[in-house]
Design a protein around this ligand. Structure first.
Ligand code: NAD
Length: 396
């Protein structure tokens, strides 16, 4: 295996998705068919934390670069609004056609690439990854988050804790809980209701996050309809008792009160907003990253059509809050920083309050919810304003 690392930061300065990123590298090992990009967007609040995505449908390098630049920028905003003492970064591995998960050798290669940028970036799970993949990376680099808590820090657990108090290693259940809270907050703001009984929710994608989200929604009395492209997951959704649209039927045109995008991003466009309006959708709140094809244009269009949008990176921050809390504990290990499951759920549950504040401020100031979320993030990560954050104070 011969890994080569090339710095691309300067050559990407004119790229449309470039936004003052601090570091961008390409890592390649042709012997094992490995090519990946790591982007560190901003470290003013701390190490750049963001998942590693494995995706085999990039048609060329530029699509992967655009993805990593956009996703890493999004992580800076997400980590800042979530009030984590962490900056924003991301990595993408260009997958082998027809595969959904990386090989062990690929995980070792990405971990070596993470080491090559000296801890500027901490990796974690994203699409195509599982805890097992992260454990392979942990064998090569310590800059990995989202592991079983017993191995996350490489040091002893605090005394007196029951393993039942430990947080999940998999961030998806926390992302699902945060997305559920974002739907509750949007319903509260838009409809003045504290409950979801009888509300109809269209959920696009039935993956790791959506499955748990659908369970929360059903338990809260909402009527859920799912769309999926993967046969195994379609079968799973039906087995779990959910209505699944036939393949090829556009869920955005399906009558519903709420649309929850939980597949990949970018499906909110002027055309699809027209579909949502005709379908009677009043709220867009889901876990997918980068839901709006063009943030400014599409958030204004949604607002203009009376659809309340829960900014994606606020709604889906549950997983990174959990992973970030675990990372803080692994760096500063003591009883106060230990992220019990209950403490993690409480922090994730704050997404409800954060979104109510964003919705109210957007209404008062005549702005879109996306603009307000960005403003709050920038207030927090601008160098010289907040600067580095006290990790222990934030974690406690
Ligand atoms: P996942 O891969 O388990 O699920 C995504 C699902 O969407 C898959 O089942 C896939 O078949 C389906 N899908 C893809 N295109 C589709 C389409 N056009 N129509 C219908 N279904 C489609 O991923 P996940 O972990 O559940 O994450 C879902 C989204 O949430 C992603 O955008 C991810 O980046 C984002 N997200 C996830 C987390 C997390 O904790 N897992 C955190 C933040 C954001």
């Amino acid at each position: 295996m011969t890994l080569t690392i090339n710095t691309m930061t300067d050559t990407l300065k004119d790229h449309p998705a470039f936004d003052g990123h601090e570091t961008v590298i390409m890592a390649e090992d042709t012997d094992i068919g490995f090519k990946a990009f790591i982007a560190v967007h901003n470290t003013s609040r701390g190490q750049a934390l963001g998942g590693c995505r494995y995706w085999s449908r990039y048609r060329n390098d530029d699509e992967a670069i655009t993805d990593v630049l956009r996703l890493s920028r999004g992580m800076t905003y997400k980590n800042a609004v979530a009030d984590l003492p962490l900056g924003g970064g991301k990595s993408v591995i260009i997958g082998t056609p027809g595969t959904r998960h990386p090989t062990a050798e690929m995980m070792q290669a990405i971990a070596k690439a993470v080491n090559a940028i000296y801890g500027q970036y901490v990796t974690a799970e994203d699409v195509g990854m599982s805890v097992d993949h992260m454990l392979i990376a942990r064998g090569v680099t310590r800059h990995v988050a989202g592991l079983p808590i017993e191995v996350a820090g490489g040091h002893a657990m605090p005394d007196g804790l029951n393993p039942a108090d430990y947080p999940h290693a998999d961030p998806s259940p926390y992302t699902a809980y945060g997305t559920f809270q974002s739907i509750r907050a949007a319903v509260k703001h838009k409809m003045g209701r504290d409950d979801l009984t009888g509300l109809t929710v269209s959920v696009k994608g039935y993956g790791n996050v959506a499955r748990t989200l659908c369970k929360y929604l059903a338990e809260a009395g909402a009527v859920v309809t799912v769309s999926e492209i993967d046969d195994g997951r379609i079968a799973q959704a039906k087995e779990d008792g959910f209505a699944v649209l036939d393949k090829g039927v556009d869920i955005m045109a399906h009558k519903a009160d709420i649309y929850a995008p939980c597949a990949l991003g970018g499906d909110i466009t002027p055309d699809s907003i027209d579909l949502l309006v005709s379908a009677g959708v009043k709220i867009v709140a889901g876990c997918a990253n980068n839901q709006l094809a063009v943030i400014d244009r599409d958030s204004k269009l949604l607002t203009g059509k009376g659809i309340l949008y829960a900014p994606d990176y606020v709604a889906n921050a549950g997983g990174v809050i959990a992973v970030g809390m675990q990372h803080v504990w692994s760096d500063v290990p003591n009883a106060a920083t230990f992220p019990t499951h209950d403490k993690t759920m409480m922090r994730v549950g704050n997404i409800y309050k954060t979104l109510l504040e964003i919705f109210a401020r957007a209404e008062t100031e005549g702005k879109t919810t996306a603009q307000v979320a960005d403003e709050i993030a920038r207030e927090r990560f601008s160098v010289g304003k907040s600067g580095k954050v006290d990790m222990v104070a934030v974690a406690a």
